[in-house]
Design a protein around this ligand. Structure first.
Ligand SMILES: C[S@@+](CC[C@H](N)C(=O)[O-])C[C@H]1O[C@@H](n2cnc3c(N)ncnc32)[C@H](O)[C@@H]1O
Length: 207
């Protein structure tokens, strides 16, 4: 699929240039759900929603960081979650998310800089498909921990391509040493079933 889809080739070639990231997702927004769900067999949003539902109450205040078109919000809503906010770099992706009516608040935000969100604002934070090549690096996990209340839960996917390459195992261990989180689980899981990619689903409790 990626070989035949010029947008996907551009997504895989992203190198952290925010303007190019914004441009690619602005162009992809309308087609994103079809390409990922049908085209690639993207299962990560459903898996993360299911993981979170085993950890927190359905009325938990949840932030979906890098929510894109809202695939994870829809999965959370199906499971009974009622209090979900979303942030994303791309206004166009957020517009598609808004149509799904799964979120309370949606806002543009860059996860690579300090978020304009107060400490301890959320009971849980999820991030699906964002810790991947050319998007967001492990350092962004610090901000997710900061905006989650003590005892709250973080569930994120890390794409297999960057798990070792971007140093996630060491970074998570370092977060534990700094007393930010406790690592509850790191599980290998399918990501894009049709493309054969996997990810690590990381479950962190904020300390
Ligand atoms: C592969 S999509 C995943 C979207 C959604 N979470 C999902 O699972 O379908 C990656 C998303 O990360 C967003 N993104 C990339 N860099 C970002 C950044 N620095 N801050 C916030 N969002 C970012 C993109 O705009 C895009 O919506």
């Amino acid at each position: 699929m990626s070989e035949n889809n010029p947008l996907l080739r551009r997504v895989y070639a992203l190198d952290g240039d925010k303007e190019e990231t914004r441009r690619v997702y602005a162009e992809w927004a309308e087609q994103y759900d079809r390409d990922t769900l049908d085209g690639m067999g993207y299962v990560a949003p459903g898996l993360v929603a299911k993981e979170l539902s085993g950890l927190v109450a359905k009325d938990a205040k949840v932030l979906d960081a890098g929510c894109g078109t809202g695939l994870a919000g829809v999965e959370l809503k199906k499971l009974g979650f009622t209090n979900i906010d979303g942030i994303d770099l791309s206004g166009e992706m957020l517009e598609v998310a808004r149509e799904k009516e799964a979120y309370d608040k949606l806002a543009e935000a860059d996860m690579t800089v300090p978020l304009e969100i107060a400490d301890d604002s959320y009971d849980a934070v999820i991030s699906v498909g964002v810790f991947t090549s050319g998007h967001v690096k492990p350092k962004a996990l610090d901000e997710l921990a900061r905006v989650t209340r003590k005892g709250g839960q973080i569930v994120v996917t890390v794409h297999e391509k960057v798990w070792e390459a971007d140093g996630y195992p060491d970074y998570l261990e370092d977060m534990e040493k700094r007393g930010l989180v406790s690592i509850r689980a790191v599980k290998e899981a399918p990501y894009h079933r049709k493309e054969g990619y996997s990810c690590q689903i990381c479950v962190l409790e904020v300390l």
